[in-house]
Design a protein around this ligand. Structure first.
Ligand code: PBG
Length: 328
């Protein structure tokens, strides 16, 4: 029934009618907070991610405690590995006393109720900044997977709840599942970065963990997906589910919401999206110049993820937005 019988604005007229007809609601339950830990005691600013800091283990406990108190279900840890511990073979990634494991053990003791997600990929630990092992200039698949299994089991041994492979090697989900099960970790979940694109939006993250210099002019296009591809994302997700992923992720987030929608519709599995460092920097940078209202664009952007079908969002703004939601 066209205008004037139908007036779309009727439902929008009042606050109560807008609330009553609202289709999606953002809550703290939708959030995963990614954060950076370093070996130093205090905190350190990250210039390309204003408002985000590298945290020592002490400040980390306080910050994650606050996240738990705000109702955020899970956090994701990313380590800043000192240059002298980076090697071609990423041996530090499976050292039981590495920074990630120490952080996990500390959090399990201090903030037992929050879920801990650990990334699986070698880039924080490699001298070349690639997510896998490099042979003759090429990131090799199967040999890399063997190391990723060791990394995953190491993190599970430390008490990590969710293993999140972000490396995009073929076959790693099944191999890591087998490795975890053989080590007695059948209760540890896998959140697969199933459709992860070779994106320039990861720039600030690579500054934050200090892998940008290692990677240099290199890129990750031989394993991360081409931003031009959509059908291929569905094949990637299908394979990861078949191999045993409990949850899947699309990354980056905002420029890839069509993929989030397609994945959720096709597979109906728990689907997450990562609002990555460059998306954060883009919004925050504009807000710092007074061009955008941060307190509005952040929740709006996250609500859009929900509308697209995401069950949850990894965002550097998780704590801030959870605080705002609580304040109402
Ligand atoms: C590691 C990893 C990256 C991100 C998460 N895990 C970087 C990359 O693949 O180069 C990016 C996260 C962000 O930009 O916020 N493989």
């Amino acid at each position: 029934m066209p205008f004037p019988r139908t007036r779309m604005r009727r439902n929008r007229r009042h606050d109560w009618s807008r609330r009553l007809t609202r289709e999606h609601t953002l809550t703290a339950d939708d959030l995963i907070w990614p954060f950076f830990v370093h070996e130093l005691d205090g905190t350190e600013a990250i210039p390309s991610m204003p408002g985000v800091e590298r945290l020592g283990l002490g400040p980390m406990v306080d910050a994650v405690g606050e996240a738990a108190e705000l109702g955020i279900p899970a956090v994701a840890i990313f380590p800043v590995v000192p240059a002298e511990k980076k090697t071609d073979g990423a041996e530090e990634s499976f050292d039981p006393d590495n920074l990630v494991c120490r952080a996990v053990r500390k959090l399990k003791e201090a903030v037992p109720g929050i879920g801990i997600v650990c990334d699986v990929a070698l880039d924080p630990f490699t001298s070349h900044g690639q997510d896998g092992l490099v042979r003759d200039g090429y990131v090799v698949n199967d040999e890399s997977v063997a190391v990723l299994i060791q990394q995953a089991v190491n993190q599970a041994d430390a008490g990590c709840d969710v293993i999140a492979p972000s490396d995009m090697m073929d076959g790693r989900i099944g191999a890591i599942r087998d490795g975890l099960d053989e080590a007695g970790h059948h209760e540890v979940s896998i959140l697969s970065y199933a459709a992860k694109y070779a994106s320039a939006f990861y720039g600030p993250f690579r500054d934050a963990v200090g892998s940008a210099g290692n990677l240099g002019k290199g890129d990750k296009r031989t394993y991360q997906m081409d931003p031009a591809n959509g059908d291929e994302a569905l094949r990637e997700v299908a394979l990861d589910i078949e191999e045993g992923a409990d949850m899947v992720m699309v990354k980056p987030g905002m420029p890839y919401l069509d993929i989030v929608r397609a994945v959720k519709e096709r597979f109906g599995v728990p689907t997450y999206a990562y609002q990555v460092s460059g998306e954060y920097a883009m919004l925050k940078g504009a807000a710092e110049r007074g061009w955008l209202d941060w307190s509005k664009v952040l929740p709006e952007s996250l609500t859009c993820f929900k509308r697209a079908g995401a069950d949850g969002i990894l965002t550097y703004g998780a704590v801030e937005v959870a605080k705002a939601l609580r304040a109402g």
